[in-house]
Design a binder for this molecule. Structure first.
Ligand SMILES: [Zn+2]
Length: 491
């Protein structure tokens, strides 16, 4: 950080209160006083406006619209690869920060040792030390560093502090830590979980805090006969049987699910054409009999089944969450394919005007393109989940641009997108910082009046999610479902 800027910011922030300083100290310098604005409004200094906005953003409950969190009881069972590779402080680095280490040049074998349950936690520092200076400032690392500071009271990860980090990890990872981290510390009202361990749906032990999406990717990609068919008791011999399997999942779980979710964009573009059943049927039979199919045939079947599932979701009032943009991991992302996502998203909106699409991750790095889709199509919504740690500055840029470009009721500002709960705290802090900065800068630059900026806080931080996902209704259904035992057990 530039020292001169730091000092002048400290001076400018004097007297704005601990909360405001906390947010501002987390953030970047923004250049101080407001620039010439078309309508300066009542005399209120930039730092005064920033204080009001920051305090409001810090105090306002946030709804987290995308996570992959394990259930707390699963986490408390200890190391269980691949989802819990080890049960020590290195776990916080396993998702997604490991990728930054690997692209910084850390050998895979060293990363495997770092995440191994068999290596002494205190010896693990030496494995990442050579690469820590290169990755410590990325969004992935900043989220983890904030969590280590907030949860373990460790200011910085060093050879000397590793023991304190490990001890903090052990003290924190105890029954009740989900509620403590998510609700008490991060002020997150509820999280929406996309289960990655196989089951398309699950009911949480904490139904008011963790609410599940219904996973649809295996309904059309593959399709995944083993995962979806057995719980239904339906014998699948033809496409019509598979339709009934899909119907079964919706009939049974739509009332408890907050949305449907597909991450199929990791394998192909989201250019799903409406293919009639007659054209999909022959490919379905071949697939069922494990006969080879061409790429074009596979696409035809996937496209047909995608729309079958999406139309069921729409009939059940479930929004459709689709991965767009950046790929997790390293050394595998075909950028040319990602460039197509926003264009294809617009076509989906055209093909299904009654469906409510939620395009995730701001289609990073093609977020201007996705913003134009949200502005143009009534049924397009943008979820900023994951974006604050992929590129925090771009996420702030997206938020500023969305507010002055597309309707604000189509914006979902946060999802931690983590398997493990600890870094959600750091990610939420980055998001709150970004939201406060975006609103403050729009005021300072003269694009918004302070009152307009403050009015947006509740809307974007929780009102949109409550409305889009009908959370009050879902909460009631989940509470009743868990009470009488005939609710949403995983199939
Ligand atoms: Zn995700």
């Amino acid at each position: 950080m530039n020292t001169q800027k730091f000092v002048s910011r400290r001076a400018a922030l004097k007297g704005i209160g601990a909360v405001g300083v906390a947010v501002a100290a987390l953030g970047q310098s923004t250049g101080g006083a407001a620039t010439a604005a078309p309508d300066p409004g009542p005399a209120l200094s930039a730092s005064g406006a920033r204080k009001l906005i920051s305090e409001r953003v810090l105090q306002t409950p946030l709804i987290d619209t995308h996570e992959h969190l394990l259930e707390e009881k699963e986490r408390l069972q200890g190391a269980s690869p691949p989802w819990v590779p080890c049960d020590d402080w290195a776990l916080l680095f396993s998702h997604y920060l490991d990728s930054d280490f690997l692209t910084a040049g850390m050998p895979r074998a060293d990363m495997d040792r770092f995440l191994s349950p068999k290596v002494d936690p205190l010896a693990k520092w030496q494995l990442i030390a050579p690469y820590w200076p290169a990755v410590r400032n990325t969004g992935y690392a900043q989220a983890v560093r904030i969590s280590m500071r907030e949860l373990y009271a460790v200011e910085d990860l060093t050879e000397q502090s590793v023991a304190a980090v490990q001890s903090g990890y052990e003290q924190t990872r105890r029954p009740g830590f989900y509620q403590q981290i998510l609700q008490d510390r991060a002020k997150i009202e509820s999280c929406q979980i996309n289960r990655v361990m196989g089951e398309p749906f699950k009911q949480s032990d904490m139904p008011a805090l963790l609410m599940y999406d219904l996973g649809i990717v295996g309904m059309f990609a593959g399709p995944d006969f083993n995962q979806y068919a057995p719980p239904t008791g339906i014998e699948v011999k033809a496409l019509a049987d598979w339709h009934r399997v899909i119907d079964w999942w919706f009939d049974r779980y739509a009332k408890y699910a907050v949305a449907v979710k597909s991450q199929n964009a990791y394998s192909r573009d989201i250019d799903y054409a409406r293919v009639p059943a007659e054209e999909a049927e022959p490919v379905f039979r071949k697939t069922l009999q494990k006969e080879p199919v061409t790429d074009a045939e596979r696409k035809r079947l996937e496209d047909h089944l995608f729309w079958y599932a999406v139309d069921r979701a729409t009939a059940h009032n479930l929004p459709v969450k689709l991965h767009t943009g950046y790929y997790a991991g390293q050394n595998s992302m075909p950028l040319a394919r990602l460039r197509l996502n926003a264009d294809s998203a617009a076509e989906l909106c055209r093909l299904a005007p009654d469906a409510q699409f939620v395009f995730m991750h701001i289609c990073y790095p093609y977020y201007e393109e996705l913003l134009s889709v949200a502005k143009h199509w009534t049924n397009a919504h943008v979820d900023m989940c994951w974006s604050w740690i992929i590129n925090p500055v771009a996420a702030k840029d997206y938020l500023k641009k969305h507010i002055v470009t597309a309707p604000a009721n189509k914006l979902l500002p946060f999802g931690g997108d983590y398997l493990h709960v600890e870094p959600v705290l750091g990610h939420a802090a980055l998001a709150r910082r970004g939201i406060a900065q975006a609103l403050s800068e729009l005021v300072e630059e003269g694009w918004l009046k302070l009152a307009d900026a403050l009015d947006l806080v509740d809307l974007i931080m929780h009102d949109n999610a409550r409305r889009i996902f009908r959370l009050a209704q879902k909460t009631d259904a989940l509470r009743q479902g868990s009470g009488n035992g005939n609710g949403a057990e995983a199939g």
